[in-house]
Ligand binder design. Structure first.
Ligand code: FES
Length: 150
């Protein structure tokens, strides 16, 4: 026959061990759950960015900017046409830039070269750059260049 004082001590030890096990399991599972279910928010899929005034973008120029959380590139071709791209290189995610002297889009990381349509010209990039939508809005003489992901 057990003395009555043993039962509360055993229960207490069971509770402490159970609580420790539960706490350890929770501490291990919480980061995994947070990784698998990202928090709501982030960039809206149709974010519009006013990049520049049309008058400030001379032909054969480029401008890097941010859209949402990522880099983007607006270029005005030597012929005056506006084009915008996701500036993340399709090789290993470096940021591309416009080279006016060669009229091309260039990735400095591994010498990847893209044409003015975002197509791969040379180097290791496997795919063209993602094209973004460009709109010109506003009154004549003070038009804004607006880029969106739509
Ligand atoms: S990351 Fe652009 S060429 Fe390698």
């Amino acid at each position: 026959m057990q003395p009555p004082a043993e039962l509360p001590r055993r229960s207490f030890l069971d509770f402490v061990l159970g609580f420790g096990f539960f706490s350890t399991a929770l501490a291990m599972l919480y980061p995994v759950a947070r990784y698998l279910v990202p928090p709501p928010g982030g960039e809206p899929p149709t974010a519009n960015v006013v990049v520049a005034r049309l008058a400030d973008m001379a032909p054969n120029t480029g401008r890097n900017f941010k859209i949402g959380n990522g880099p983007a590139l607006l270029i005005r071709t030597p012929e005056g046409e506006l084009r915008a791209f996701n500036a993340v290189c399709t090789h290993l995610d470096c940021t591309v830039q416009y080279q006016p002297d060669a009229s091309r889009i260039w990735c400095a990381c591994h010498d990847g070269v893209f044409g003015l349509g975002g197509n791969v010209v040379s180097g290791p990039p496997p795919r063209p750059l993602e094209r973004l939508t460009v709109n010109v809005r506003g009154e004549p003489g003070s038009e804004d260049i607006v880029v969106s992901r739509v």
